[in-house]
Design a protein around this ligand. Structure first.
Ligand SMILES: Nc1ncnc2c1ncn2[C@@H]1O[C@H](COP(=O)(O)OP(=O)(O)OP(=O)(O)O)[C@@H](O)[C@H]1O
Ligand SMILES: [Mg+2]
Length: 287
């Protein structure tokens, strides 16, 4: 099976969680699954900026990413976090490599524009393509690619991308069978109850009724996007559950939330991630 797995930033800062997830990733890779691991790390990004004395400024909840901020983003995402994850997986006996947008021009992006102020957000983008041939060559070589949430623009600059949207777009571009979000909660919650199954329409309803907020809104938007791009199923699982990833990848029963389309969508070749659709939906980037 072809799987895109997105890791929450909170998990990357927890050595035991990284170790546990790396073991499960290695086990899935050994079983012959083709895995693309995507990650962000917004909180570590913000903390690093603060340590360097760089203030984060937001417009309508979106981080203004000037050149200096972007450079720190590249250091944190492609430098520290991808490397940390690739090291943990490789230590399990399955080679993993950090593949940033710049490597083999693997992930391309266009700058995101908000409202009437072009360039107001700086180096914030959305994913427009993936070098699928390159990723497939890594899979054929038995390598697990680990992708930080960055994309390369036509201007040769790196753009910061929201990791949930990047994972959804990647799942569409590589034609993944399944997208798995490993997050810091047990799944989509209604009060204290984990919702076991949702349709994309029910996701919209939860957002409308304010039953989800913050990062979960963005995640459900990303789920809808992946499903409309032909991914058959998205699973949202607590990253701290010892065998959560294995069960989400293998079984029909798993601890978390399954999100499926009401009707199966035919895959299209054209990317659906237009600037307009993202602008309409985007509220928070890497917070
Ligand atoms: N109904 C809900 N069910 C589950 N989580 C919710 C809900 N409403 C709001 N949330 C919040 O959404 C958070 C998950 O989104 P968040 O963006 O923080 O994590 P992530 O996307 O997995 O990781 P990262 O943003 O670091 O990549 C939860 O920790 C919780 O605080
Ligand atoms: Mg998030």
């Amino acid at each position: 099976m072809r799987l895109v797995i997105k890791l929450a930033g909170a998990l990357l800062d927890d050595t035991a969680a990284v170790e546990n997830i790396a073991q499960q990733i290695a086990q899935l890779a050994r079983a012959g699954h083709e895995l693309l691991v995507v990650h962000g790390g917004g909180k570590i990004f913000t903390a690093t900026l603060a340590r360097m004395g760089i203030q984060s400024n937001f417009v309508n909840g979106l981080r203004i990413t000037d050149r200096e901020t972007r450079d720190v983003g590249v250091m944190v995402f492609a430098g520290l976090l991808s490397t940390r994850l690739a090291a943990a997986i490789s230590r399990q006996g399955v080679p993993a490599v950090g593949v940033s947008a710049a490597d083999g021009e693997c992930f391309t992006a266009e700058p995101m524009q908000l409202g009437e102020k072009p360039g107001a957000l700086g180096f914030v983008g959305y994913l427009t393509g993936a070098n699928v041939e390159f990723i497939e060559s890594l899979w054929r070589a038995g390598v697990v690619p680990v992708a930080p949430c960055l994309g390369m623009g036509a201007d040769g600059e790196l753009y910061n991308i929201n990791a949930d949207h990047m994972a959804a777009a990647c799942a569409e571009f590589v034609r993944a069978d399944r997208l798995i979000f490993l997050t810091d909660v047990a799944g989509v919650l209604d009060g204290e109850k984990v919702l076991q199954a949702l349709s994309s329409e029910e996701c919209e309803e939860l957002i409308r009724q304010n039953k989800v907020s913050g990062g979960m809104v963005l995640k459900l938007e990303a789920c809808k996007r992946a499903l409309s791009g032909g991914v058959r199923q998205v699973r949202i699982v607590g990253g701290g559950v010892p065998d959560g990833l294995l069960r989400a990848a293998n079984g029909s029963k798993f601890p978390g939330t399954k999100v499926t389309p009401l009707f199966p969508v035919k895959r299209t070749r054209l990317p659906r991630h237009t600037a307009e659709s993202l602008e309409a939906e985007h509220e928070v980037v890497n917070r």
